[in-house]
Design a protein around this ligand. Structure first.
Ligand code: HEM
Length: 434
């Protein structure tokens, strides 16, 4: 195959623009863009006003391959999420040249990344999680009981899906229940910064990334998160318990305590990544079932299909839409010539609808097999919380499905507007419990 340059592979402007437009992730436009790109330009270059040009990987195989080669494609050399030039400049000015406001696992590469990941890896392994099963089941049962009390109609996202994973992760992290509303608000502000309904009030809420618009992420949210966790961390240094907050507070790297920035970053990523994504998948599952009574009947008739329902809902929703990588050297990939420092967008939601891997990818099938979705990423950065997320969802459906006789939409559902992490934000349903 001949080696080609970026100039040959420019993505049509309207499609490129949709990749950077939060509302395109809410109204389905981006799925159309992905479909076209997979077929016609699976690894092309997007140029959006006010954003550095970036390659766009839309095929399942390419996303896997880039994620696998984590020496060649780094997470931390540039921003790991799509950002504007204005935002990038502001962050670098604030952070002494670094493109990151935080230093979480997501912004790290070897040799640091494996060391920092090892600090909490054991916590997230199935053996350890088994000891949490009963606690989580209690939380799930309470969530289903609460839903039963709602009398046959509710906004499933606002009244159920948002709170259950939040309560689980905050219990694990050691955050008291009384502080959960604050954590929920901060996470929504962090991920939903561009959504007019979810972003921080009083800030500019851009609908499109552009040079003259305010940057997407709110520095204040990070400061508020850090202030909260700094107090928790100090407390756990003085009085360690068996919770995850104590593990983080007392961790050491190469014999020295981790820095304040790194400890705060660790809390923030676990607190933020740990529930919004899971709630979105739970909401996505309920949305799909409300529109497909046959799938609901199938899984109710055979509860051993629940893990399949869980996987399919994660594939279907793909709450983390994109992460970015940076080429560490000049290289050829997918027949294109990449330069060192080139930025690449991994479109997980596109990989998860790739016709080459999934039969009828737009169908929602609780018995889809195999289901090699990419929603948790792949390789060194494979989601640390994947077993927890799947376990939480399995337990919720085990508690819910035997009681859920029917469900249908009772209004118009809506997805949140965000380029990075999004999912259902409104899901009015009518339901019948046994
Ligand atoms: C359905 C739910 C979830 C989805 C779809 C999801 C998705 C992802 C994805 C795509 C990545 C890869 C990042 C990359 O390649 O750069 C990731 C990483 C990560 N996730 Fe999740 N996640 C979910 C739930 C959770 C939960 C429950 C937790 C924690 C309690 C969590 C914590 C993390 C952490 C700490 C990382 C960084 C890992 C690393 O960079 O080594 N996630 N997640």
């Amino acid at each position: 195959m001949s080696v080609m340059t970026a100039a040959d592979h420019r993505i049509p402007q309207d499609l490129a623009d949709s990749l950077g437009t939060p509302s395109a992730y809410a109204d389905g436009t981006v799925l159309e863009t992905y479909r076209w790109l997979r077929k016609n330009q699976p690894f092309g270059v997007a140029k959006i006003e006010g954003v550095d040009p970036f390659w766009v990987a839309t095929r399942h195989a390419d996303i896997l391959e880039i994620s696998r080669q984590n020496d060649l494609f780094h997470s931390g050399d540039r921003s790991p999420t799509l950002t504007t030039q204005v935002m990038d400049k502001r962050v670098r000015e604030m952070m002494g040249g670094s493109p990151h406001l935080l230093r979480t696992l997501v912004q790290m590469d070897a040799p640091d990344h494996p060391k920092y990941r090892a600090l909490t890896q054991g916590w997230f392994m199935p053996q350890n999680l088994r000891s949490l099963e009963e606690r989580i089941r209690k939380i799930a049962r309470a969530a289903v009981d609460k839903m039963a009390d709602l009398g046959g109609e509710c906004d499933f996202v606002q009244q159920v899906a948002l709170h259950y994973p939040l309560h689980v992760i905050m219990t694990i992290l050691g955050v008291p229940e009384s502080d959960e509303p604050r954590m929920l608000k901060l996470t929504q502000e962090l991920f939903g910064a561009a959504d007019p309904e979810l972003g921080r009030q009083g800030d500019a809420t851009p609908t499109k990334m552009g040079a003259d618009e305010e940057p997407q992420m709110d520095f204040g949210v990070i400061i508020d998160f850090s202030n909260y966790f700094r107090a928790l961390s100090e407390e756990r240094r003085k009085n360690p318990t068996d919770d995850l907050a104590s593990v983080i507070a007392n961790s050491q790297i190469d014999g020295a305590p981790i820095s304040d920035l790194e400890a705060m970053s660790y809390y923030i990523i676990v607190a933020a990544a740990g529930h919004d994504t899971t709630s979105s998948s739970v909401g996505g599952a309920m949305w799909a079932l409300a529109e497909r009574p046959k799938e609901l009947a199938k899984v109710r008739a055979d509860l051993s299909l629940i893990p399949g329902l869980v996987d399919e809902s994660i594939r279907w929703t793909t709450p983390v839409k994109t992460f970015m990588r940076t080429a560490t050297q000049d290289t050829e990939f997918a027949g294109r010539q990449l330069k060192q420092n080139d930025w690449i967008m991994l479109c997980y939601a596109s990989g998860n609808r790739d016709e080459a891997v999934f039969e009828a990818p737009d169908d929602f099938r609780v018995d889809r097999k195999p289901n090699k979705h990419l929603a948790f990423g792949y390789g060194a950065h494979l989601c640390l919380g994947q077993h927890l997320a799947k376990m939480e969802m399995r337990i919720l459906w085990e508690e819910m499905l035997p009681r859920l006789k029917s469900v249908e939409l009772a209004g118009t559902p809506a997805l949140s507007e965000a380029v990075f992490v999004n999912g259902p934000k409104r899901l009015p349903i009518r339901f019948e419990f046994a």
